[in-house]
Every structure is written in structure tokens, then in C-alpha cells.
Design a protein around this ligand. Structure first.
Ligand code: ADP
Length: 499
């Protein structure tokens, strides 16, 4: 019998999943495990990469068991991952030299400011498509090299390897200290501030400016090709795709053509617009990034609006304030009131990402009066996600000249109807959710399946996309405009809190 499934490993910010798909792109089994979030200081966020690798192995085994399958039934495995999160490990022992620094972490803010001194935060934008910001991996590597005793010498000698989560997992999956492949894909590499978007190779001059030795960097490969064979539970299965989570979602939503866009609502929210083979530079606070590259085909680029805090604001309401006990309750609570009661929440917990890129911003709640209840706050929390989306869409229309006519959405927050309706209202376009909501894992599976010929073309995959839900705009234009103005006033209040 020939192997009839594709496995996707989705290594996310809060959890790791393994999902097995059949040839129609349908889910056969899912296994998921959370990992610890470490907050050593305000603004710092870390993960234990060794714990993540243990969780990943365990979810792979769990998914296979659930489906009653073995490695022989799996044609290829694809990886998708939280982006920018930075791991350094010892090549000889396989042990991480420090906790991974997570994308949300702002500890490199001063370093980024220093790197941009006299030239500004766009110092490397022409080459990398990115502003200098604490979000990206390059400065995180530099921080580790500066703060872990003796690390720079070991890195220069080639004893310490850098990876984003894709590299860390591929290296471990393909044997670790016994011949593990040290590679990354173009989408993950495009988030380091170290890759040149034109050549798709590490930019030596930038690496030197940031202070990162080339010896520790993985080889950059396409998003869909065989990097090596797995050992362990997936023994012999080709590891055949890697894509950063947002690019994977773009692919899973089958946004293959220029002008197609998706928005993924999870811990943060990320709106990506496919710009085809063209590198579109942003003048309105978006990122230029690689969308995907399938084998030897030309790379496909994207414009991205990244919002740091959306689902995590709901978590904050649940875990830090205790106003709700589950994330889903935010909808019930918001449904107890008609509107926001005049309150606005701007969750600049990690500074503000697109379109502002202000690391010095911090969160605010404005418009408080004695009238405001927790219901109003719940509503303001959901509206924050909608308005942040609107700001990114406005920037994208200015940069690309493309007018959005509908938005494809996915991610954990899309189960919230009130929120999805609110997004349709503030964007004034329909919002559509596909039948398979796990688009991130699906995108990784699609890329892996294409790499090994399990699927023959992207057109075959397009036929798998089916709409499961749609929300159409209902808000009167004058309400939308008034609320928009109030939101922008609240955003102004977040700036300049950190000296
Ligand atoms: P990630 O892949 O970033 O870990 P998910 O796509 O799994 O995120 O989505 C989880 C996020 O969605 C959490 O931050 C959670 O607070 C939020 N979330 C989940 N369900 C709801 C809901 N019904 N309403 C609002 N937010 C929700």
C-alpha cells in the first residue's frame, strides 16, 4: 500500500499540534499540547525549546495513534511554526544554550534603537523589507551572544547553531547530533532582518552590522522540498516543507495569486496580501516578506500587517483580570451590552506593531466613566481586534493600490461571531471563513504534499477550499466613522510611555 496521508507539525506560540490530512485535505487526526510561557521581566517572553521538542514528539506519536497509522502511512511531513522566536543550541550536545526568546519579547528595543541611530528604523528595509524592531530574530541573536558568557566565541567557532522553530525542529527530526540538517526556509529567514529579499541569501553586511556570525546561520532553502528524512516515530518520512505560520496560512487559504489576502486571528493577528513575484516596499508601516517558494519556482512575495496583541488580550482578560473564565465567554459577556459604552482598549502590550512600529507604546483603556461595566470592556476588547485590522487594511490599500473586496479569515478567534461581524462592519467588506479552519497546518501539509508529488498542482488544492461561514457589513457609515475617530484618539494615548 502507498502512503496516503500527509502530516503537519504546527509549532505555535502557545501550543504544538500534529495534524494528519488525507488526500482531500481533510483532517484525520489532531493531537495538541501546550508548553510553558516564561515571563522573567515585564516585556520579556521565553520558551524552553527542549520542552517544545518533547511536546512535538509527543503530539506526533499521539496523532499517529489516534488515527491508527504508522510512519509507513505518511508520505511526507511539513512544518509550520511561530516565527522570529529565536533558539541557539550547541551543535555537539543538541542542548539549547538559553531559553528561546519569543517574538513578543521587547528586550532588544534599546539595541534596535542603537542600530538605527542617525539612520532611523528603516536602515535595512530596502534589503530585508523590515523595520528595525525587537520583533525580529537578528537582534535577539545578538542579545544572546552579548549576554550568555562565552557564547560569541563558541558561535564564531561554529559550535553554536541558530534557528527559528522550523530549523530547531528539522534539525531534531532529521537526527539531531547524529547528522541533523541545519536548514531554514525562505519565509522564516525573511523574518530575521538578516536575509536579502532579492537574493534570498543571508546578507553578510547586515549580519556584520547586527553582530551575528554567519557560521551559526542555517542554509536557506525553498518552502517545499525534501530537506532530509525523519528518524523516530516518523522514521523514513521525508521532511518536505517549512513555512512560517502566517505564510502557511496564506498557502492553506489557497491565496496563490497576486491580490489575494487572508487574516489569521490567534494570539496576534497577521494579514498577508500576496503580491506575486513583485517585491512591494511599504511606505505605510507594513512588512515586505516572502509568501512562499515552491521548490525551484520563483519566490512569491507578500505584504504583511502584523498585530502583536489580539487573542492574547482575551487571555489577559481571563488570566490577569479574571473577568471571564474561558476565552469564549468574552462573546457572551460582550453580548450583555449594546455597545462599548464609550470605552476603548488599545493593547500595546509589546509596543505597537503595524502600522506604527512603536516599541515605546504601552496599553491604555480610555473613555472610562462610572457607567462602564465589564460587558463594555469585553466589547472594547473585541473591537480592538477589529480596529487594528482596519488600520492594517488601510495601510495595505495605500501601499499596494489593491482594494480589498473580501477577507478570508482563520484562527482561534474566528469562532467568535460577534467579533467576525464587527470586523466586517469596520472594514465594510464581507468576511469569509473556510471549512477547514486549520489553515496553518493545512498550508504546511499542502507544501509538503506538492514537494513529494502527493498533490500534482496548486489548482488541485484550490478545489479543496470551501466557504463555511460569511459575515456581511451592517454598521451604518456614520457610526463607523465616529468609532474610527475615537479609536485613533485612543491609539495616540499609547505612545511615548517608555523613556
Ligand atoms: P495561536 O495559534 O496563536 O496559538 P489560536 O489560533 O489557537 O492561536 O487561537 C487562540 C487565541 O484565540 C487565544 O489567544 C484565545 O484567547 C483566542 N480565542 C479563542 N477562542 C476565542 C473566542 N471564542 N473569542 C475570542 N478569542 C478567542
Amino acid at each position: 500500500m502507498t502512503a496516503s496521508h500527509i502530516a503537519a507539525i504546527d509549532q505555535g506560540t502557545t501550543s504544538s499540534r500534529c495534524i494528519l490530512f488525507d488526500a482531500d485535505g481533510r483532517i484525520v487526526a489532531v493531537e495538541q499540547q501546550e508548553h510553558s510561557q516564561v515571563f522573567p521581566q515585564p516585556g520579556w517572553v521565553e520558551h524552553d525549546a527542549a520542552e517544545i521538542w518533547t511536546r512535538v514528539r509527543s503530539v506526533v506519536r499521539g496523532a499517529l495513534e489516534r488515527a491508527g497509522l504508522t510512519a509507513a502511512d505518511v508520505r511526507a511531513v511539513g512544518i509550520t511554526n511561530q516565527r522570529e522566536t529565536t533558539v541557539l543550541w550547541d551543535r555537539h550536545t543538541g542542548v539549547p544554550v538559553h531559553h528561546a526568546i519569543v517574538w513578543q519579547d521587547t528586550r532588544t528595543e534599546a539595541l534596535c534603537r542603537e542600530l538605527g541611530r542617525n539612520v532611523g528604523q528603516d536602515r535595512f528595509r530596502r534589503e530585508t523589507g523590515l523595520p528595525l524592531a525587537s520583533y525580529f530574530a537578528g537582534p535577539k541573536i545578538r542579545w544572546l551572544l552579548d549576554h550568555v558568557e562565552g557564547l560569541r566565541e563558541r558561535a564564531e567557532a561554529g559550535d553554536v547553531l541558530f534557528g527559528t522553530m522550523d530549523s530547531w525542529l528539522i534539525w531534531n527530526l532529521t537526527g539531531g547530533v547524529d547528522g541533523g540538517r541545519h536548514v531554514t526556509d525562505v519565509t522564516n529567514a525573511s523574518r530575521t532582518l538578516l536575509m536579502n529579499l532579492h537574493t534570498l541569501q543571508w546578507d553578510e553586511r547586515i549580519a556584520e552590522s547586527i553582530g551575528v556570525p554567519l557560521a551559526m546561520l542555517p542554509e536557506i532553502r525553498s518552502s517545499a522540498e525534501v530537506y532530509g528524512e525523519a528518524v523516530g516515530d516518523l522514521a523514513g518520512v521525508p521532511v518536505a516543507a517549512a513555512l512560517g505560520d502566517q505564510q502557511a496560512a496564506l498557502f492553506g487559504q489557497t491565496c496563490f495569486a497576486a491580490g489575494e489576502a487572508k487574516s489569521t486571528y490567534g494570539t496576534g493577528t497577521f494579514l498577508l496580501l500576496n503580491t506575486g513575484e513583485k517585491i512591494v516596499h511599504s511606505y505605510h508601516g507594513l512588512l515586505t516578506t516572502v509568501g512562499f517558494r515552491i521548490g525551484e519556482q520563483p519566490p512569491v512575495y507578500a505584504l504583511e500587517g502584523s498585530i502583536a496583541v489580539t487573542g492574547s488580550l482575551v487571555q489577559w482578560l481571563r488570566d490577569q483580570l479574571g473577568i471571564i473564565s474561558t476565552a469564549a465567554e468574552v462573546e457572551t459577556l460582550a453580548g450583555t451590552v449594546e455597545d462599548n459604552g464609550g470605552a476603548y482598549v488599545v493593547p500595546a502590550f509589546s509596543g505597537l506593531f503595524a502600522p506604527y512600529w512603536r516599541s515605546d507604546a504601552r496599553g491604555v483603556i480610555t473613555g472610562l466613566t462610572r457607567y462602564v461595566t465589564k460587558g463594555h470592556l469585553a466589547r472594547a476588547v473585541l473591537e480592538a481586534t477589529a480596529w487594528q485590522t482596519r488600520e492594517v487594511v488601510d495601510a495595505m490599500e495605500k501601499d499596494s493600490g489593491v482594494t480589498l473586496t473580501a477577507l478570508k479569515v482563520d484562527g482561534g478567534m474566528t469562532s467568535n461571531n460577534l467579533l467576525m461581524q464587527n470586523i466586517a462592519d469596520v472594514l465594510d467588506v464581507p468576511v469569509e471563513r473556510p471549512y477547514v479552519a486549520e489553515t496553518t497546518a493545512l498550508g504546511a501539509a499542502y507544501a509538503a504534499g506538492l514537494a513529494v508529488g502527493f498533490w500534482d498542482s496548486q489548482e488541485t488544492l484550490r478545489a479543496n477550499w470551501h466557504r463555511a461561514a460569511e459575515w456581511t457589513p451592517k454598521m451604518p457609515a456614520d457610526t463607523r466613522e465616529r468609532e474610527h475617530r475615537n479609536w485613533l484618539k485612543a491609539v495616540e494615548r499609547t505612545m511615548g510611555w517608555i523613556e
